[in-house]
Design a protein around this ligand. Structure first.
Ligand SMILES: Cc1cc2nc3c(=O)[nH]c(=O)nc-3n(C[C@H](O)[C@H](O)[C@H](O)COP(=O)(O)OP(=O)(O)OC[C@H]3O[C@@H](n4cnc5c(N)ncnc54)[C@H](O)[C@@H]3O)c2cc1C
Length: 460
């Protein structure tokens, strides 16, 4: 099979899905390719899920511009699609004199990034805001607009929107060879060849390898492992805000944050490794987090741990995103979207559209675009189907709870399985519904959930 498209986007994470969505708003044939069987199964599924204001980005970088624009675009898109967001705000806490002295500079940096709502507060105000913080905080910087969001729903909404706008989603297509012709490029994949006039490389951890297939050796991706601990919902009362450390050159550091699902998370670590598939947690990583947690919030360590997980940042040897078109090969690299891509994805897509227009691509907006999809709510702070009497009266499946820890109903499992991009396995179903994500991690409901999935797959 050899199908031809105007544009093929490689990588169905948040960044690639946002790009496919953006481009398919125009008179173009677009395909979104991924090596995996589902969208959002790479770094985009395992991050800290904070919608960043960009207050601490390096001013003047592309990343700074993309994060601050992305914050607004994603906030607005979330309101339209129902992606859950809680505007909890954050406090950056100084634990020693050096960190305290750094706060004015951080506030100035925020201003240079166009964010003017940070305020320096004293220790008493820090403890007022987060009473369970460990002893020894000397002061803090408030960042009132940092927010928590559901990264899974973001990725799924963007990919669903792209498909509704006509994008062909080609999963299980790992690109392992490229032939650049005069007016088309053939991508060789393990599921056959795909031709494109333009190719956009949004392959995250695999972006440098793909870049090499286009004859480049301009950067190397080093997976930067981030391990996290998720605490039980009973811990949620301890943490109403995102508690950040003073950032270092290695990144944003270990934070304590509420999650959109009503839990609390502690993490992430930051460790450069070689293995791009090493997404297991490690004893050293967890020990490191527990040590940090003991100082940050000792009471948190008395709470039960629900889960641990690991994400890999696509760090590169360059202090900024690399978004670079190559008009001669009709190829565009979107690389090094390291630790802010959840927030920045929609802005990167907008930027890519601009670069492609500058490179001569005809971009005629399509008339009669479908409305963005309305996504199921996974947020604990908003009404879920099991709480919605009117909905249950209309369809009793929303009253039939299957996963008691997360209160996920048979109706939600059915809807996910019948959606535009249905899950291909239990992990995908978890990301679409929260099923099996609670205290028992599927011990009680796992068999039933698998049976539901099997039945739905058989009936497709
Ligand atoms: C621990 C951690 C915490 C983070 N916290 C935050 C946060 O709080 N806020 C924030 O904004 N960002 C955060 N990030 C960053 C954010 O998660 C990433 O920047 C973002 O998910 C990157 O998305 P992506 O689409 O570029 O990559 P991915 O989601 O990894 O998608 C790339 C896709 O490309 C596919 N692919 C690769 N090679 C090939 C190939 N050869 N052929 C076909 N397909 C291929 C992969 O299968 C994958 O699905 C965090 C990251 C980590 C790891």
């Amino acid at each position: 099979m050899n199908t031809q498209y105007d544009v093929v986007v490689i990588g169905a994470g948040i960044v690639g899905s946002a790009i496919a969505r953006e481009l398919s708003g125009h008179e173009l044939s677009v395909a979104l390719l991924d090596a995996r069987s589902d969208v959002g199964d790479g770094t985009s599924k395992a991050n800290t899920a904070i919608l960043h204001t960009g207050f601490d980005a390096t001013p003047g970088t592309l990343e700074s511009a993309m994060v601050s624009r992305g914050y607004h675009l994603l906030s607005e898109y979330s309101a339209r699609t129902g992606i859950p967001i809680e505007h909890t705000g954050a406090i950056l806490v100084a634990w020693d004199d050096e960190q305290l002295d750094a706060l004015p500079k951080l506030r100035d940096k925020a201003l240079a990034n166009g964010y003017d709502r940070c305020e320096i507060i004293d220790a008493a105000a820090v403890y007022d805001a987060v009473p369970d913080l460990g002893d020894g905080a000397l002061g803090g910087l408030t960042v009132p607009d940092e927010s928590i969001i559901c990264t899974w729903t973001v990725n799924l909404a963007l990919a669903t929107d792209a498909v509704n706008r006509g994008t062909a989603l080609l999963t299980n297509h790992r690109v392992d060879g490229v032939d650049v012709g005069d007016d088309h490029t053939t991508l060789h994949t393990d599921a056959g060849s795909v031709s494109a006039r333009w190719v956009v490389n949004a392959a995250g951890l695999g972006a440098d390898h793909l870049d090499g297939l286009f004859g480049y050796s301009r950067f190397t991706v080093t997976p930067r492992r981030g391990e996290l601990i998720v605490y039980d919902k009973l811990a949620r009362a301890l943490v109403n805000k995102i508690v950040l450390p003073v950032p270092t050159s290695r990144g944003k550091g270990v934070l304590v944050s509420p999650t959109i699902y009503g839990n609390v998370m502690l993490g992430p670590t930051s460790e450069d490794i070689e293995d791009r598939s090493a997404t297991a947690t490690t004893a050293d990583g967890i020990e490191f987090l527990l040590d940090k947690g003991r100082r940050l919030m000792p009471r948190l360590l008395d709470e039960e741990v629900t889960a641990t997980y690991t994400g890999l940042r696509a760090a590169i040897d360059h202090g900024d995103y690399r978004v670079e078109p190559d008009a001669a090969q009709r190829y565009l690299l979107v690389g090094g979207i390291r630790s802010t891509g959840l927030t920045a994805g929609m802005a990167v897509a907008e930027h890519v559209r601009g670069l492609l227009a500058d490179a001569g691509m005809a971009l005629t907006p399509r008339a009669n675009l479908p409305e963005p999809p309305r996504m199921p709510n996974l947020g604990e702070a908003f009404t879920r189907p099991y709480q919605d009497e009117a909905r249950i009266a209309e369809d009793p499946e929303y009253g039939a709870i299957v996963c008691f820890c997360e209160r996920v109903t048979a109706g939600e499992l059915r809807d996910a399985c019948q959606s535009t991009i249905p899950p291909t396995g239990l992990d995908g179903l978890r990301r679409r519904t929260r099923v099996m994500n609670g205290r028992c991690q599927g011990f009680y409901c796992g068999a039933e959930v698998q049976a539901v999935l099997d039945r739905q797959v058989a009936s497709r």
